[in-house]
Unconditional design. Structure first.
Lengths: 157, 157
DNA sequence: TTAGTAGCGAAATTTATTATCAGTAGGAGG
DNA sequence: CCTCCTACTGATAATAAATTTCGCTACTAA
């Protein structure tokens, strides 16, 4: 079963219909080079390909895909919501360079212990978590300390 | 030196002027009951008190206060930006209940070790970080699993 | 084949935030 | 205590992301 077929099976499983626009959007998501993307990015990609899929439908579909766990929704920057394909075996977090905007990922094995501790202390059932580190990558640290001649600065948090 | 005076001193230190609107906003922030607040919340509080401070000024002032470290800017929910007064001795993160929206805080001592590890592995200089846990508090876990009769659900991430 | 409904695209709307701009006032220097 | 410069201000317009609306379409179960 292909990745696309798996996803469509998930939709059916959750009582959503397999429609042409949804098929096209799934296909596009699988083809995207970028690991992280916004609704607008998906939409403009679809326009390029001449698919007659509306922006509202993109938003609606991405929302559905999040609900059924095919996508994760992230807040990587303040401006607009990002999405990424969910990979069950690859829980990770983000390391964001304030100089050049580069985003690295790291796994979160160690964080899980801390989560257990939090669950006990506060009597919560934790279902999700988000960890982001902001800093400066090796390149940006060398390149002259003051962001001179560099790209836009990015604001943390 | 009062808290307000300290803050005004910070403004001067950073070459910002002490203006009437800024004084009023600082006073209001110190009086707020809520630990977390949005620009709109500050603004409506000011209106209630009859202070003739414009919305744009509130946004501008909160931005300035973030820049000089008097406030932290948080992304507790997707809709609008939250702020909190910075407390140097109390670094913490947030535990957010998806059922009722309750927000608890916990300190981040343990997270610091993990940060060191990340800095070494990726050759980053980490300057800031953000950790949020989403889950269900003890109350919401009892109250019938399906959010029946409860308030609005909140979306994670 | 048909009926009912989930889903659709286009456009309008909402909401948070930022930019604009003419006027004001803080405060350094006289 | 004045004066002047300019950072700052309030009102409002503009922007942009996301959501809602609405009449129409096309799945799918009978």
């Amino acid at each position: 079963m292909s990745r696309q077929e798996e996803m469509e099976a998930r939709l059916v499983e959750e009582n959503y219909k397999i429609t042409q626009p949804r098929r096209i959007i799934l296909k596009t998501l699988l083809e995207l080079q970028e690991k992280h993307f916004t609704a607008e990015e998906v939409y403009s990609r679809l326009r390029q390909e001449g698919a007659g899929v509306g922006l509202a439908t993109v938003y609606r579909t991405l929302e559905v895909l999040c609900k059924i766990g095919i996508l994760n929704s992230l807040n990587l920057d303040e401006e607009s919501r990002c999405y990424e394909l969910e990979d069950v075996d690859d829980h990770h977090h983000h390391l964001i360079c304030l100089g050049c905007g580069e985003i690295k990922e790291f796994s979160d094995e160690m964080i899980k212990d801390f989560m257990k501790h939090i669950e006990d202390e506060y009597n919560y059932k934790v279902t999700d978590h988000l960890l982001k580190y902001y800093g400066y990558c090796s390149k940006c640290r060398q390149a002259g300390e003051g962001n001179e001649g560099g790209e836009e600065e990015i604001s943390p948090k």
